[in-house]
Ligand binder design. Sequence first.
Ligand code: HEM
Length: 230
Amino acid sequence: MWLTNSSIGRKVIMSVTGVALILFLTFHACMNLVVLFSEEAYNTVCEMLGANWYAIAATLGLAALVALHFIFAIVLTLQNRKARGASRYEVTSKPAQVEWASQNMLVLGIIVVLGMALHLFNFWYNMMFAEIANGGMAYIDQMTPATDGAAIMAYTFGNPYFTIIYLVWFAAIWFHLTHGFWSALQTLGWSGKIWFNRWRVIGNVYVTVLMLIFVVVALKYALCAGCCAA
Ligand code: HEM
């Protein structure tokens, strides 16, 4: 099949799944934004999603997107390395505009996946999974309701090690997405000469705002561990 057999087909899969993941992240950032204004409102949204069938279906869809994106990233990287033979780069003096991120998308992707594993352990395991498998109580203390997202944030970012790891994770995601954004649009053919630079600026601003929302939420709970919900 063209999509999976050709190099451009695989890049299209990477781009479409990448854009879908950025859309998920946009939804996630908007949801997190709520906790900055009202923990009660945020927890109401958590309760609405909870472990309902539609939330579980969305989780499975999301897992499929991540798996496709990751598998095709590895296939494309191995394929590129094989095509280049022994020397990884034919021309070693790179033009200045070749970004550091574009050279390191796989490494950045691996940091993103490792951070994601920790994140799912901190939140998904204590919330959706605990609702299904632990009678609705988070594993952190067996007393906090699994729908109390604000309390689980306070617990997680009350630990400075977690906060530092999350900030490194956010930085890796920022690098990964600022490159991925315009690269995906270019693959999908939405990037003429003029739009090439425009998409880069739009992508950089968009991804920076997105990641700043996550940073502010983490810092809110890291810096006021005592005064936020516990
Ligand atoms: C301050 C930063 C963040 C906080 C406080 C946060 C919080 C949460 C919470 C409360 C959940 C819900 C768990 C559940 O009900 O199952 C969740 C799920 C999730 N988060 Fe985050 N998150 C943050 C950043 C991120 C980032 C940067 C990414 C992606 C790169 C991400 C990806 C996910 C995924 C994939 C899930 C699972 C969604 C699902 O079960 O469908 N999160 N997060």
